[in-house]
Write a protein that binds this ligand. Structure first.
Ligand code: ZN
Length: 487
């Protein structure tokens, strides 16, 4: 019985102090101002913020100048600026390229698709391996290896095998896409035989190693023919690949923490600010405004910059608006390999990326029970009147489909703070990667609460006596141990 009054007092004290924090956030983040950032970033004039367009560069400059107003220290490449150049380039698929073997000619974009390779021609003997793992028992020097493709979705062990083939002296790998695959060939072509954007300078990629192709064997005859003709050769002509470099930037600022010791630890707050641009559709509106994805996240960062510029937490904060997410998490991939503060001094990454929302009374933490910070997110959400749910669609693997995974793969504990996503249903699909994802279609009351909860949660994490870390047994915990040299 005696415990009650103490507990009650404690609760009142906690509520009072957090009300003061929320009040401070309310005073700093003015609704009209935040909405005007969102209106600007998602306006038709910014034409969907596609990576490689002038409009995305304008968005980046806009964010940089908001960081400057908020007093963030610039962490860009050039002194006094916030822009980190991200070297990117476009690669077109080969055009008119052919592969001839066993009396048949395969054509790029028809029954052949190239995964890696450059323009050029080669004649080479074939080496058929029933299994990629058999590579050690055959002399592969100067040969093109042929195997059956098991799973087009690939796997880490495949990538390793391909490296080993290269070390064994093979000059190429052709994989046979036979009948019975779960993914239709046409889908493979749509997905792989199109222009792609990669990280890196064009020159860096000239020597990218093994030529890697898939050929479509709809008649299911190739394996038998290869077995019958062990001395067969292949003639390869790759042409028509074009590369163009792309101008793109991450926008990065820093707030120094107030604690003399804890300020050596950095919390990253990040969100991608690119979207998918303009795509010709049947309707009249062809601009993909990307309000949910990810204008709201970007504005969340601008708000956080303003708040933490005034009220820094004990730990330091790095705020990063990321480019190239829609092209394959390119901006975050580049950042974690070229960080402005060493990754081992980065203790947490708090990403925002959204598809849409299904409810206005909860937020989604992607994912709960991965890191030890869950209780702080629950607290922050509760303080603005929201609940929290975890990943309700785990089979979609959303955790590994946005920028937080770039940090996680390096070992930095990372989560995505999303608007509520209880299911991928029509409430999401109506706007997800659609021209309808426009400013006037969002519930601003909910968005304001969500923005505040993001700031408040970051503040709690930044001030926490414990250090953020992976939950024991998490997939990324081993990477964390390596990064931070922990047992
Ligand atoms: Zn997104």
């Amino acid at each position: 019985m005696k415990a009650y009054p103490t507990l009650l007092l404690l609760t009142i004290a906690v509520v009072n102090s957090s009300n003061a924090q929320i009040e401070r956030i309310n005073q700093t983040i003015k609704p009209l101002e935040a909405e005007s950032h969102l209106r600007f970033l998602t306006a038709d004039e910014l034409r969907g913020r596609n990576t490689g367009t002038t409009e995305l560069l304008i968005a980046g400059r806009y964010i940089a100048e908001q960081f400057r107003r908020s007093g963030l220290a610039p962490l860009g490449d050039v002194e006094g600026d916030y822009l980190q150049r991200v070297p990117l380039h476009n690669v077109t698929p080969p055009k008119g390229a052919t592969v001839s073997m066993l009396g048949k000619e395969f054509r790029a974009g028809d029954d052949m698709v190239m995964l890696t390779g450059v323009n050029g021609a080669a004649e080479a003997p074939l080496a058929f391996l029933a299994d990629l793992q058999d590579y050690a028992s055959v002399d592969l020097k100067g040969k093109v290896v042929v195997t059956v493709l098991r799973d087009p979705r690939g796997s880490a062990s495949d990538a390793q095998q391909i490296k080993l083939l290269e070390e064994a002296g093979a000059v190429g790998l052709i994989q046979i896409f036979g009948p019975g695959q779960r993914i239709p060939w046409q889908l493979i072509l749509n997905y792989l035989n199109r222009e792609r954007m990669n990280v890196g300078e064009i020159e860096e990629e000239e020597d990218q190693g093994l030529l890697h192709l898939w050929v479509h064997d709809s008649a299911n005859v190739l394996v038998q023919q290869l077995k019958d003709n062990p001395d067969a050769a292949v003639s390869i002509h790759i042409k028509g690949i074009q590369k163009t470099s792309v101008k793109a930037y991450n926008v990065i600022g820093r707030v120094e923490g107030t604690d003399p010791e804890l300020k050596k630890e950095h919390i990253v707050m990040c969100a991608h600010y690119d979207h998918v641009g303009v795509q010709a559709g049947e309707g009249q509106d062809s601009i993909y405004n990307g309000t949910r994805d990810n204008g709201i996240g970007t504005t969340g960062l601008i708000n956080a910059a303003k708040y933490f510029g005034k009220y820094p937490p004990r730990r330091s904060v790095i705020i990063i608006a990321l480019t190239g997410e829609e092209k394959g998490l390119l901006g975050s991939q580049y950042y974690v390999n070229n960080p402005k503060v060493p990754l081992e001094e980065t203790v947490f990454a708090f990403n925002i990326d959204n598809s849409g929302y299904t409810d206005t009374d909860v937020v989604t933490l992607l994912d709960t029970n991965r890191t030890n910070i869950d209780q702080l997110v629950y607290q922050a959400a509760a303080e603005v009147g929201l609940g929290v749910i975890g990943d309700r669609i785990p089979n979609q693997n959303y955790y590994e489909r946005s920028d937080q995974v770039s940090f996680a793969a390096k070992g930095v504990p990372a989560v995505n703070f999303k608007m509520a996503m209880a299911a991928f249903d029509e409430r999401i699909s109506e706007y997800y990667h659609q021209p309808s994802d426009e400013f006037h279609t969002v519930d601003l009351d909910y968005i304001h609460k969500y923005w505040k909860a993001y700031i408040r949660a970051a503040e709690l994490i930044g001030n926490w006596n414990q250090r953020p870390y992976w939950v024991e047994g998490d997939k990324f915990e081993p990477a964390g141990k390596e990064l931070y040299n922990r047992k």
